[in-house]
Design a protein around this ligand. Structure first.
Ligand SMILES: NC(=O)CC(=O)C(=O)O
Length: 288
């Protein structure tokens, strides 16, 4: 039996998210998801971009942070959206407030087709970089880093989850891959400096490392915002081939994930069963 139980149609919603008004982001997101379901009615898995409900800026994250409970605006919005369209929804990410500590996390919530919350991934690796003449960003000014890997049970099989910068750290994908994930999904917001450098390379590497699908969903570029998102949402197959990719603007990316592609790759080049844990450590054995 393949790690992916059947073919599954996915839609990546690359919309111009991250506007200052949360409710406007909700309206636009709802409109694009409805469009996706109209264009590809058999869609079962929908993915939104990183920080879809808030401007991607340290000045905005805490203001927009929400406690994760069904009555919070973004949680309710995502749950209703999943239920309305009967989809598994990887709800991009939102700033999460943890009331016990007052910490804020960059958190991806995953809902099933009844609107039930089935998974939560707090971005583990924070985006703290400094490229002179390019981009400087320090997420850790606001966010705290999560401390667990995330592999969620869906009707199609196990889905590994990371958020954006997590893509640069192969261990999360390795852990989910070894736990039997058919895909890694990363709601993301790469930018016009790092996107051209590494976006495709990293996505293809995670796929080839683990012989699974890699799914990246980024916001559309919006010239009015200080943070210039890269766009280029894409799906990479287990062979490392980009099967579909958006441009920079608003666009929905459609794909069908096929168990046969995973199995073909794993039988031709069987790296997933050729590991040498007598030589090096299995990172999945003690991962949280
Ligand atoms: N925004 C991010 O978290 C990551 C990113 O843009 C990069 O790794 O480059």
């Amino acid at each position: 039996m393949s790690v992916l139980k059947s073919k599954v149609k996915v839609a990546l919603i690359q919309f111009a998210s991250g506007l200052p008004e949360k409710t406007v982001n909700f309206q636009n997101c709802k409109k694009f998801v409805a469009q996706a379901m109209k264009t590809q009615p058999a869609t079962e898995l929908v993915v939104l971009p990183e920080c879809f409900n808030s401007t991607y800026a340290n000045s905005e994250f805490r203001k927009n942070a929400e406690i994760i409970e069904y009555s919070s605006p973004s949680v309710k919005f995502l749950s209703d959206l999943a239920r309305e369209h009967k989809i598994t929804l990887v709800g991009g990410s939102i700033p999460e407030l943890e009331p016990a500590t007052n910490n804020v996390y960059n958190t991806c919530l995953i809902f099933d087709k009844t609107g039930q919350l089935i998974g939560r991934h707090r971005k583990v690796h924070l985006f703290d970089i400094d490229i002179p003449g390019g981009i400087t960003f320090k997420e850790s000014d606001t966010f705290s880093g999560g401390d667990t890997t995330t592999t969620v049970d869906t009707p199609f099989g196990k889905l590994g989850v990371g958020v954006c910068y997590d893509l640069r750290f192969p261990e999360l994908a390795t852990v989910s891959g070894r736990k039997g994930a058919f895909a890694m999904v990363y709601p993301s917001a790469f930018n016009t400096t790092t996107g051209p450098l590494h976006w495709h390379l990293l996505a293809r590497a995670r796929s080839v490392d683990n012989e699974l699908y890699t799914i990246l969903c980024c916001p559309a570029r919006n010239p009015d915002l200080a943070y210039q998102a890269y766009g280029h949402s894409l799906v990479v197959d287990p062979q490392g081939t980009v099967v579909v990719e958006a441009g920079e603007g608003e666009e929905i990316v459609y794909a069908e994930l096929d168990p046969a592609r995973i199995e073909a790759m794993r039988s031709k080049i069987p790296v997933t069963v050729q590991t040498r844990f007598d030589v090096y450590h299995d990172v999945s054995s003690d991962a949280k």
